[in-house]
Every structure is written in structure tokens, then in C-alpha cells.
Design a protein around this ligand. Sequence first.
Ligand SMILES: Cc1cc2nc3c(=O)[nH]c(=O)nc-3n(C[C@H](O)[C@H](O)[C@H](O)COP(=O)(O)OP(=O)(O)OC[C@H]3O[C@@H](n4cnc5c(N)ncnc54)[C@H](O)[C@@H]3O)c2cc1C
Length: 412
Amino acid sequence: MIREAAAGGARVPWDVGHVPDRDSNPPPDTCNHSGMSDVRIAVVGGGIAGASTAYHLTVVHPDAEVLLLEAEPVLAHHTTGRSAAILAGNLSTPPNRILTRASVGFLREPPEGLVDAPLLAPRPVLHVATASQSRFVDELLEAGSGLPSPTAELTPGEAVAHFPPLRKERVDRAALDADCYDLDVGALHQAYVRGLRRGGGRIATSTRVDAARRDGAGWRVATTEGDMGADVVVNAAGAWGDLVAISAGVEPVGLQPCRRTAFMVNGPGGDTTGWAFTIDVEHRWYTKDDGPQMLCSLGEETPSEPCDARPAEVDVALAIDRINAATTLDIRSVNSAWAGLRTFAPDRSMVLGPDPAEPAFVWCVGQGGCGIQTSPGAGRLVADLALGGDLSAAFDGADVSGLLPGRLRGHG
Ligand SMILES: Cc1cc2nc3c(=O)[nH]c(=O)nc-3n(C[C@H](O)[C@H](O)[C@H](O)COP(=O)(O)OP(=O)(O)OC[C@H]3O[C@@H](n4cnc5c(N)ncnc54)[C@H](O)[C@@H]3O)c2cc1C
């Protein structure tokens, strides 16, 4: 268990929830290349990034004491609980694509005992373009040419076959990514929590980290529930990542949270089996069926302060206009709406690993619009890097320098 605060400090409730004993048989992928024992690691943020990292820390460093600290009363309350739940290969920057590739194995075959049902269900992604958007289709085809299942151009008629509500006369060009999936985000997050507990890790909800200061080789971490000591602090605080860094005296990396709104409307009825996730090639709208409803979004990126994001009516209205113009869905009312913050580093790649100036402060931020699908790879990479160990086989041959914090400080 992570040690209590020194005399005079309040005690953080490490024992929140039922925490079973460590398995007598460790998981098969357990290894300890760090050779360090009893290292106390505090992971700040209980979204998908923090949960995956905390779990992978227990796998890579089974002797470490791992504590996941979440400000909210429940885990995954912020961006993680608000996504479109898609895994798409032809998405985001080349460094982030390394993480997607490194994640697919875990998502297809999670470690035994962590899930009760498959995490992935096939769902092609269909990109559609009007005549004025043609060059974006060329860029997309180029970016997707190296994928195991390359992005393929479709005729407008073929596009309509993949998403029947499309107005064929509005489609000039289209492209399909066939090897994409719906993700069960709740089950994935729960898998990390299960694995974390199985590995002896602990979770403290309703525990906000307010500050951290250096204390010898480690940290004194001040939380709303009292102080604690830690040898390493992992910053997985999503939109709040730079604020957590500043509160620890660490230079921020320039994160920008951006609001994105999503909403549910009634579907057209009938059998929607096999329909693609359909997205404007410039991400000006997207939609996918979700049971009897359709999930829709404007695909906007509106800069925001870190906050509990709320949907903007104007964004919902604009999305409805665009989707009704491109499809026959004839949306007239909205059943529910929400918004989440997608948080980007200046170059839109994630920021993972020890801070160059403060190696006991480890970054796991900038998940942007692909933090769910990349979470197994990102969590594993942070766990590999946190105590200075070797990278796991999932990163063989990969150049991860574009993910390290040093690139943003001229340490490329
Ligand atoms: C509309 C929308 C659609 C999306 N669609 C997809 C998709 O299809 N596929 C995909 O892969 N990604 C998608 N994303 C992106 C994905 O949701 C995010 O990249 C991911 O959830 C980010 O996870 P996180 O853990 O970094 O952040 P969060 O889930 O926000 O977690 C950060 C946590 O840190 C906690 N915290 C902050 N400060 C402190 C503190 N001081 N002390 C303790 N705790 C703290 C917060 O309370 C929060 O729970 C989408 C996002 C949106 C908004």
C-alpha cells in the first residue's frame, strides 16, 4: 500500500472500494525490467489514459505500489465517458498511429479475465466529399495507403450501399476504411480497473490532486483528502494536464482543450446492420447508428478552458443542418446531447513519458480525438518509460520520439 502522509498530514483513503489481494499467479505478460521494488507511483486522473497507465504499471512493475487518484466521485466522468467509441486506423498524426497499431492486439485479445465480451465490433468508416472537397479525399487516400487494409476509393453508388441514408447526388467522391470498429469504451475502462486491482493497485475517487512539491527524490502530493508521499507522479489529467504540471512546478507543454458536441436522434427505423460510421471528409459532421438511434456530431474543435463541457445549441443546430443536407435522415428533434473536451498538444501528438527536467514527473496527456483507441498502447508506453525501462515488443521498430515530452522543449 502507498505509505501514509508523514506525521501531521491527513490520511488519503487508499482503500476506497473493495481491493482484492494481488493474484498469487501474476498475469502472463507480467515482467519487471526495471528491477525496482516498492516504488510508489501516483497516477493523477481516472479517465481512460490514467486507468490504462495504472493497469500497465502493475504489469510492467509488479512490485510498485500504484494508486489512481480521481477528482470526481466516479471514474471516466469527463471526456472518456463522452466519445463516439470508434477505432479508425486512418486517423491522427504518425506518432499517434504507432499507438493505435500497438493497441490492436490488446483490443482484439485482452488479457484473460479482464473482459466478459469482445471489446470490438466491425464498423467500417465511410468518408464522403462534395466536389469542392476533392483534394481532402486525395490526402486521405495517401495517408491510408500504408495501412494493413488501405483506405479505398468508392463510387458514390458504392458509398450509398455502405450508408443508405446518404443523398447520392451530394456525394462527389468517397473512401472507405474497412478495418475499423465500434469500441466498448465502458468495458475497456473496466478492464483496466479490473487489471489494476488484480495487480494490487488501488483507486481513490473524490480525491483531487491540488499540488505536488519535491521531497527528497520523490514528491509530497497535496490532495483534497490529505497529503501523501510518492516517488513518481504520472499526469493523466486530460484537459487539466497543464494545470497539474504547473501545480507541481513543472513547465507546461501547451495543451489546448477543444470542445466537441455529440447528440442522439431517432434513427430511420428498419435494419441498420452493416451501416458505416459516415463522416464528412473535413470532419464537418458525422453520424452512426446506435441501436434505434443515430449518434451525430458537428465534429467541431472549439477552444475551451478545462471544465465540465456542455453542448452548445448552435453546434447541434448546425450539425443537424449539415446532416440533413447530406442525408435523408430528416432530423427534427434531439433526444440527448453532450460535449467533451478533446485535448491537444501543439503538434497534435500525445505527450508520453518522463519530463526531461523532472524525470519523476511522467506525462500521459494530449489524447485528442483518439485517446480511447490508443489507450492500450499509450498506457503500455508510459509504463515502459516511467521508471526508465526497455520498451515492450509492441514498439519494436517504432520511432516513439514524436511522442516524448522532450520534442516540445527542443530535446527532440
Ligand atoms: C465527442 C467526442 C468523440 C470522441 N470520439 C472518440 C473515438 O471515437 N475514439 C477515440 O479513440 N477517442 C474519441 N474521443 C477522444 C477520447 O474520448 C479522449 O481522447 C479520451 O477520453 C481522453 O481520455 P483522458 O483520460 O485523457 O481524459 P479524461 O477522460 O477527461 O480523464 C481525465 C481525468 O482526470 C481527472 N482529473 C483532472 N485533474 C485532476 C486532479 N487535479 N486530480 C485528480 N483527478 C484529476 C478528471 O476528473 C478526469 O476524470 C472523442 C472525444 C469526444 C469529446
